[in-house]
Write a protein that binds this ligand. Structure first.
Ligand code: KIV
Length: 280
């Protein structure tokens, strides 16, 4: 059931949702057409993810995505959005070089992209940057666990938190990362690619909402990449994702019908043609 009339979701609503055990539903969007549908359907948070490097641009990973590209897509989503909270990803190396650069780039996502918050990957190592962004009233969503910008350190897209220890990606380190983000002022934390028990422990300890992807049902909310939800890629969906549609086949079928009708000259029909105006 579509519902375009719910109240605007604000940063402050997410902690209320955690307290009330109301699951938070987040979904990526990269353009106006899909963002309008998702917003109207009642998605709570729209994320302009740097996953756009892969699902929109066709790259192997997210590393080449630029701040300008996130702004370009965020603007389109911002035009469609009425109710959802709009979060934009800070791409690789847009926040790691210096706090000043992070401030300027995050500010651009709000000023030029229309985002209401930014998302950064990392925990302890970026806590000082998160604190500074929050000090100047740029709301920050954290993102720990399988962080796609760390693909080379992780040796591929690998589930994190399976091993014990305080090295990056280890169990206790992820607990420390979440605590560091919360105390730096992050308003929510994405938990990606980790065992459900660890995600549950982080969620229980965190005073801010957690949003899971490949982290089980024990988080305060869930996020999916829209292409996975809609079955748009034509490839097998990853284990953690659930395709609710097979748009690859639906769209492919529509295009095949169009091709057939063009080739047999049954499209356009008389009902698709303009008639000369009648003289009165
Ligand atoms: O870039 C992205 O789409 C993301 C989500 C998968 C959380 O970071």
């Amino acid at each position: 059931m579509l519902n375009g009339e719910k109240d605007k979701v604000r940063i402050t609503d997410l902690s209320r949702m955690k307290a009330a055990h109301t699951p938070i539903a987040m979904l990526t969007a990269y353009d106006c057409a899909f963002a309008r549908i998702f917003d109207y359907a009642g998605v709570d948070v729209l994320l302009v993810g740097d996953s756009l490097g892969m699902v929109v641009q066709g790259a192997q990973n997210t590393l080449a995505v630029t701040v300008d590209e996130i702004i370009y897509h965020s603007r389109m989503v911002a035009r469609a959005r009425r109710r959802a909270l709009l979060v934009a990803d800070m791409p690789f190396l847009s926040y790691q070089v210096s706090v000043e650069q992070a401030l300027l780039n995050a500010g651009r996502l709000l000023k030029e992209g229309g985002a209401e918050a930014v998302k950064l990957e990392g925990g302890l190592s970026i806590a000082a940057t998160v604190r500074r962004l929050v000090e100047v009233d740029i709301p920050v969503m954290g993102h720990i666990g399988l962080t796609p910008q760390s693909i080379h350190r992780m040796g591929g897209y690998r589930v994190q938190g399976r091993r014990s220890g305080r090295a990056p990606g280890c169990r206790e380190r992820l607990l420390d990362d979440a605590a560091a983000l919360e105390s730096a002022g992050a308003f929510a934390i994405v938990l990606e690619g980790m065992p459900p028990e660890l995600a549950e422990e982080i969620t229980a300890k965190a005073g801010v909402p957690t949003i899971g992807i490949g982290a089980g049902a024990g988080c305060d909310g869930q996020v999916l990449v829209m292409h996975d939800l809609l079955g748009l890629s034509g490839c097998p969906t990853p284990r953690f994702a659930k395709p609710y549609l097979n748009l690859w086949e639906e769209v492919g079928g529509a295009v095949l019908s169009y091709l057939r009708e063009v080739r047999e000259r049954s499209f356009p029909g008389p009902e698709h043609c303009y008639r000369p105006r009648q003289r009165s």
